[in-house]
Design a protein around this ligand. Structure first.
Ligand code: FAQ
Length: 329
């Protein structure tokens, strides 16, 4: 999708070049004028590193994020539900691939990013360390997790880095379909039997707070937000996006007769926003430290999938080598 034909010499020389105040000022002016930064443009090393960190973590999230939903593929309640879920999970794989390609334009290889994930030195979203216990969880994941993802990702379509912003445009269109399919599952369950409605409520109870944590630490604890906003990588702070998500999601829950699992939730007429209770940041820290309910299982599954795919990578390389040899003959 994006060129990987980066001029190795120039990207190396960019790294060793001393960054002058003039270079940085010119770069910031470019960003402030809303002009896109493209792979071969000069950029501060810290900008490049921030993007590699964020985009690769985003890509890893899409790939690991296939696991909780994959858990229900063989148990989806109908053929229609199964084919929709299959298509959604395949979309997530595609998102991961666009994002790895966008990160590769910054001079890191997909293999390096994969190694960082498997070594545990790169993060993926906290949300994918929770289990999908019932079919209603598939509704809740689409409605809440994809809903939160869109809220965070729509502004990324305007990110200052060209390849990331362009990848996000298509991803957001697909995420929007994902959110609707999840909400539709919740609507159906809430219109169904008493047991089905209880199952939907139980899924909401378990997924609500982890979904709020997806937006990252509160603004006062967010290490990267201020710089990322100055560089127009991020357009809104973590708390601003979390608030927008709460404001659109609470009425959706009310519409289908579900109750948010937050006794402190109240609509504030004056500000026009819902005020919500305290997030359990200790739980967030524990999940990031690898101690969530499913961290170990997710990484074990990913490692096994990588090992089991070794023959595919070898076959693809052998095929590519044959093609090159044939073309040279
Ligand atoms: N989980 O200073 P900040 C999806 C880390 S895609 C884990 O605020 P920043 C689609 C953060 O990396 C979901 N770690 O950081 C789907 C940093 O650690 P570091 C993924 C988190 O970057 C749906 C530290 O905490 N979306 O769901 C989390 O300015 C269904 C300090 O935080 C993206 O990645 C977290 N929740 O803001 C797939 C969107 N939050 O790197 C399948 C792009 C924070 O220094 C099924 N990313 N951390 O070691 C972003 O917008 C930003 O990176 C934030 C964090 C907002 C996530």
């Amino acid at each position: 999708m994006y060129t990987q034909g980066l001029d190795q010499k120039s990207s190396q020389s960019a790294e060793i070049k001393v960054e002058s105040a003039e270079d940085n000022a010119r770069f910031q002016a470019h960003v402030d004028a809303e002009e896109k930064i493209e792979p071969k443009d000069w950029m501060p090393e810290a900008y490049r590193r921030t993007l590699v960190r964020q985009i690769s973590q985003h890509a890893h999230s899409e790939i690991i994020g296939m696991q909780p939903e994959g858990n229900w593929l063989t148990r989806a309640p109908s053929l229609r539900r199964k084919s929709i879920l299959l298509a959604k999970i395949q979309d997530e794989a595609g998102h991961g691939l666009y994002l790895y390609s966008a990160a590769e334009t910054l001079g890191i290889s997909r293999e390096q990013m994969g190694d960082q994930l498997l070594a545990g030195t790169a993060k993926y979203s906290s949300i994918f360390n929770y289990p999908t216990l019932t079919w209603a969880d598939i509704g809740a994941v689409g409605w809440l997790v994809d809903g939160a993802a869109i809220m965070n990702q729509i502004p990324l379509c305007r990110c200052s880095y060209g390849p990331y912003s362009r990848a996000m445009i298509r991803i957001c269109k697909e995420e929007s379909f994902h959110q609707r399919q999840g909400y539709e599952i919740m609507v159906e369950l809430c219109r169904g039997s008493k047991e089905q409605k209880e199952m939907a409520q139980d899924a909401l109870n378990r997924w609500w707070w982890p979904s709020l944590m997806m937006f990252g630490p509160s603004d006062k604890d967010s290490q990267h937000s201020a710089q990322s906003m100055a560089w127009k990588i991020k357009r809104f702070s973590n708390d601003e996006l979390r608030q927008k998500f709460v404001d659109v999601t609470v009425p959706q829950a009310e519409f289908i007769g579900l109750k948010m699992p937050d006794d402190d939730l109240v609509y504030d007429e004056e500000s026009g926003h819902y005020r919500y209770g305290e997030i359990n940041w200790q739980e967030f820290t524990d999940v990031l430290a690898g101690n969530g309910q499913c961290n170990r299982e997710r990484m074990r599954t990913r490692r096994e999938a990588h090992q089991n795919g070794a023959w595919v990578r070898e076959a693809a390389q052998a095929h590519a080598a044959k093609k090159v040899a044939r073309a040279a003959a």
